[in-house]
Design a protein around this ligand. Structure first.
Ligand code: AP5
Length: 219
């Protein structure tokens, strides 16, 4: 199964992806996580992406499409795309990459949350720089404050979770990314809309109920 998880920054895409991949035995392909790994590794791609990410702007489409097409090619089974596509041009690039491989998108989940909820989620988020696990200072606490449950060590706050950058990420979402939903609707894809201002477990249950209807065989 090839899934796309859409939604604004802080909608809970990463949080829900972890649960989806565990239940359906899929891989998590997060454009943001891949870019952060490139930055940490000090690659040319990572340094090209840095200024865009730090300001809350989008990394150019050609860079992202090549990066994600490369990541998708390495996977022989199902995966969830998180944070990609983020523009209509990226949607077109994704469709071409899938068509070239004789594949297609099986489901699109769109998490819907008001901007006012997002700010509190992002400023309270803490992530593990090593394993990528995501926590929240109020809503999803680690067992020991500030420490990853997976034994990796200290949690960190993402640079782009500062309030001024969050505002810009939201602006970027509304100006460039929200249109991706309309792009897929115009192509006849069914969008699974999930109200994502509920409790994390309730959102997971809603997503699973919808994905189970896709009749995907877990391998
Ligand atoms: P990326 O890493 O993709 O960030 P994002 O889309 O802005 O999404 P986030 O990771 O911030 O949020 P999320 O929806 O995953 O929420 P999470 O589950 O963590 O991108 C970063 C940057 O990279 C971009 O700004 C851009 O520069 C670049 N980039 C990436 N992809 C690109 C692309 N395709 N094209 C161009 N540029 C690209 O949850 C957030 C917090 O809320 C957590 O603390 C969590 O515990 C908490 N939480 C989650 N759900 C709930 C809930 N239901 N109730 C309460 N709290 C909750």
């Amino acid at each position: 199964m090839k899934l796309i998880l859409l939604g604004p920054p802080g909608a809970g895409k990463g949080t829900q992806c972890k649960r989806i991949i565990d239940k359906y035995n899929m891989k998590h392909l997060s454009s943001g996580d891949i870019l952060r790994a490139e930055r940490t590794a000090g690659t040319e791609l990572g340094s090209k992406a840095q200024s865009y990410m730090d300001s809350g702007a989008l990394v150019p489409d050609d860079i992202i499409i090549n990066m994600m097409a490369g990541a998708m090619k390495k996977e022989s089974g199902g995966y969830v795309l998180d944070g990609f596509p983020r523009t209509v041009a990226q949607g077109e690039g994704l469709d071409k990459a899938l068509a070239d491989a004789g594949e297609k998108v099986d489901g699109i989940v769109n998490l819907i949350v008001d901007d006012k909820v997002i700010s509190a989620r992002l400023t309270g988020r803490r992530s593990c720089p090593k394993c990528g696990a995501v926590y929240h200072v109020e809503n999803l606490k680690p067992e020991t404050e500030g420490v990853c449950d997976n034994g990796c060590g200290q949690l960190a706050q993402r640079e782009d979770d500062k309030p001024e950058v969050v505002d810009n990420r939201l602006k970027t979402y509304h100006e460039q990314t929200a249109a991706v939903v309309g792009y897929y609707e115009s192509k006849g894809n069914m969008i699974i809309n999930i109200k994502a201002d509920a409790a994390i477990d309730d959102i997971t249950a809603s997503i699973f109920a919808e994905l189970d209807k896709l009749d995907y065989q877990v391998s």
